[in-house]
Structure formats: structure tokens, C-alpha cells
Design a protein. Structure first.
Length: 167
């Protein structure tokens, strides 16, 4: 709407019927625009629908953005977990190798000590065991397992014969 005192239009009064018709059309057009603006402002349902559509669009965009961010975070966590798993695996492998190496060294050391003890027993048996029993004692020193088995059997016989004497 225009105000006659604002100076937007020519002073009142038309300079002919054609000018008057143009002013009437212009005024009708302006009045129609003003009525449309007022009608738009008064259409609460339409404005609410438009606002709801805008909010739906924003929510959809936000959902897409959040999903993308969550997927990216998931990939980051997966990558870090994979790296941590590899580090743990590597550490466990190195530790396992160290333990294996130490065990081998301990086994070799034990074998060396056992061999040394066996050789010392052989030398002692050669010097201190009388000649008739020497071959038997030397065989026992060299091959311990069968001698232990036979010794256990003899001990069992002795215990049984002592525990249950003949009547």
C-alpha cells in the first residue's frame, strides 16, 4: 500500500481518462499484491507446512551427516584396533621367541651338565668298582633307563618277599 503523502506518486488528479485508467490499474495491482502478502501472512497452516518441510530437509541432511561421521568413526576405531592387535601379536611373538631361546639354552645346559656328570660317574666306576662287577656298573651308567626298570623290579621283589615271607 502506498501513502499519498510519501511522494511516490504524482500529485492527485489525472491528466486524462487514459492516465486515470493507468493509475487505477496500478492501484489495483498494488492492492492485489498487498492482499496476497496479507493472505500469505494469515495462512498459518501453509507457513507451518513450509516450516515443517524445511525442518524435515534439515533433519534428513543432519541424519546423512551423522551417519557419515559415525561410519568414519567406526573405520577409525577398526583401524586402531587392528593396529593394536598387530602390536600385541608382534610382542607376543617376540616374547615367545625369547622364551623358546631361553628354554633351548637351559635344555642344552642341562644336557651338558648331565653328560659331564655321566662322564664323571664312568671315570669313578672305572677306578673304584671291582673288575667282576665293572661291566655291569658301566652298562648301568651308560644306559640308565633299563637299569632303573630292572632295579625297580628287583626292589619290588625284595619288598614283597620281605613283607610276605614263605611259611
Amino acid at each position: 500500500m502506498t501513502d499519498r503523502t510519501s511522494g511516490d506518486h504524482a500529485p492527485a488528479g489525472a491528466e486524462g481518462p487514459e492516465e486515470l485508467r493507468r493509475q487505477i490499474e496500478r492501484t489495483r495491482s498494488e492492492l492485489g499484491d498487498t492482499v496476497e502478502e496479507l493472505a500469505g501472512k494469515m495462512d498459518v497452516k501453509g507457513r507451518a507446512r513450509a516450516r515443517a518441510a524445511d525442518l524435515r530437509d534439515k533433519a534428513g541432511a543432519m541424519t546423512v551427516q551423522l551417519r557419515s561421521t559415525a561410519a568414519q568413526a567406526g573405520h577409525t576405531v577398526h583401524d586402531r584396533a587392528t593396529q593394536a592387535g598387530h602390536k600385541v601379536h608382534d610382542t607376543a611373538t617376540r616374547t615367545g621367541h625369547r622364551v623358546h631361546d631361553r628354554t633351548l639354552r637351559a635344555g642344552h645346559l642341562t644336557q651338558d651338565k648331565a653328560a659331564e656328570t655321566g662322564h664323571a660317574l664312568e671315570r669313578r666306576a672305572e677306578r673304584s668298582v671291582p673288575l667282576p662287577a665293572r661291566p655291569l656298573v658301566m652298562a648301568a651308567v651308560r644306559h640308565r633307563r633299563p637299569v632303573l626298570i630292572v632295579g625297580a623290579a628287583v626292589a619290588a621283589v625284595v619288598v614283597v618277599s620281605w613283607r610276605y615271607p614263605r611259611k
